[in-house]
Design a protein around this ligand. Structure first.
Ligand code: PLP
Length: 401
């Protein structure tokens, strides 16, 4: 027999959602009459809006005709890349700087192939788990010490620092994963904060992998939706984004990554060339049905539908925030992101998780599952049907003493 890849054996984080499911199952077995409501997962729940949905149907039908058939689409439809460029980047990029993919998570998982196993990794703490797991899989994370990996620098993002990392803690020449609006905290970095992040990366010869998967949830025009709105970012950042959360494409699968030609390795070689190579090697292009949906999502009607989708989930978030406020629980987020991050000072995240499950029959996500600084926090997700969210809020309000 051949032996297991030690990097896979080193993966720890896969425990979070299975552990939540295990506790939920145990509770339902003990209380079969309970009606559990999940405010735990980051998956969308609402049906696609008609204009975007119709474009998928039309493309699927066209594939059944001689004229409408198409095969592999490699880096993606040029029309989609050009439209993304217009809508998100004010035309700043050439179409070969925008790569269409099957989703942001898939791209994040592949991106580290560019930098290998010796690059210093920095993540916000707490963080979306794939930044850490992708690093573990490529052997760049060091060993697990019970709280985190020895080879990863976890930079705390807490109430004390306004959920923005202390940049002086970041080593030079690092690969910095940065997510805004943030999963799990639901907070968003200001334009000034992003400017300092870019300035820092330029000075330190670091590269930022900017995850903008929730950019469409931003509701304040003073906040920027892309790292490339910040001067100099084209020399130090890669941006990933996705149709999953604004268009409900979590199952349809469509995302994109921007790798500017101006972004270079230490050797002076373009990173864009290597990303094209990686994508050509391990990926054969996004679904052409999904790309037709992406094009529809970016026309005038589609943009309105995406706004309505985000508004709906933000409406859920507002209800959860009101309920948490009412029972005196301190939370952040939920204004420019579909997550709320609630603080339970001095408490263990899992203990609080169990308490919500037992007292309200509500499933949440323990903050510690997103990194050591998530201890004592709970993430509430606003992805849910409105009647479930309302019922969950009624149950939460009953906790008022
Ligand atoms: N990035 C963040 C921060 C996310 O929260 C998620 C999904 O929850 C993703 C990326 C994944 O996006 P996609 O569905 O495009 O793979």
């Amino acid at each position: 027999m051949i032996s297991r890849n030690p990097c896979i054996a080193n993966l720890q984080a896969g425990y979070l959602f299975p552990e939540i499911a295990k506790r939920r199952r145990a509770f339902v077995t003990a209380h079969p009459e309970s009606r559990i409501i999940s405010l735990g997962v980051g998956d969308t729940t609402e049906p696609l809006f008609p204009h975007i949905c119709e474009s998928l149907v039309k493309k699927a039908r066209a594939l059944g005709t001689a004229d409408g058939y198409s095969g592999y689409s490699d880096e993606g439809l040029v029309a989609l890349r050009e439209r993304l460029n217009e809508v998100y980047y004010h035309g700043a990029f050439a179409s070969d700087e925008i790569f269409i993919s099957d989703g942001a998570k898939c791209d994040i998982g592949r991106l580290q192939l560019l930098f290998g196993s010796t690059v210093p990794i920095v993540v916000q703490d707490p963080a979306y788990p794939v930044y850490v797991d992708g690093s573990v899989l490529i052997g760049a994370a060091g060993t697990w010490n019970g709280y985190g990996y020895t080879g990863i620098k976890y930079v705390p993002c807490t109430a004390e620092n306004g959920y923005f990392p202390d940049l002086t803690q970041i080593p030079k020449q690092s690969l910095i994963y940065f997510c805004s609006p943030n999963n799990p905290t639901g907070t968003v970095a200001t334009t000034l904060q992003l400017t300092t992040l870019v300035e820092h990366a330029l000075k330190a010869n670091s590269i930022i992998i900017f995850d903008a998967a929730y950019s469409e949830y931003i509701r304040d025009s003073a906040l920027v939706k892309s790292i490339f709105a910040i001067e100099g970012a084209e020399k130090c950042a890669i941006e990933v984004n996705s149709f999953s959360k604004p268009a409900g494409f979590t199952g349809v699968r469509l995302g994109w990554t921007v790798v500017p030609h101006t972004l270079k390795y230490e050797s002076g070689e373009e990173i864009n060339t290597d990303w094209a190579r990686v994508m050509g090697t391990v990926f054969n292009g996004a679904s052409n049905i999904a790309q037709a949906g992406g094009l529809a999502a970016l026309d005038a009607e589609g943009l309105v539908e995406m706004q309505r989708m985000c508004d709906f989930y933000l409406g859920n978030a507002a209800l959860i925030r009101q309920a948490l406020d009412y029972i005196g629980i301190n939370s952040v987020g939920g204004i420019h992101a579909p997550y709320l991050w609630a603080h339970f000072p001095g408490r263990d995240s899992w203990e609080v998780f169990d308490e919500f499950l037992e007292s309200c029959h509500i499933v949440t996500t323990p903050g510690v599952g997103f990194g050591p600084s998530g201890q004592s926090f709970i993430r509430f997700s606003a992805f849910g049907h409105r009647d479930n969210i309302e019922e969950a809020c009624i149950r939460l309000c009953k906790l008022k003493r």
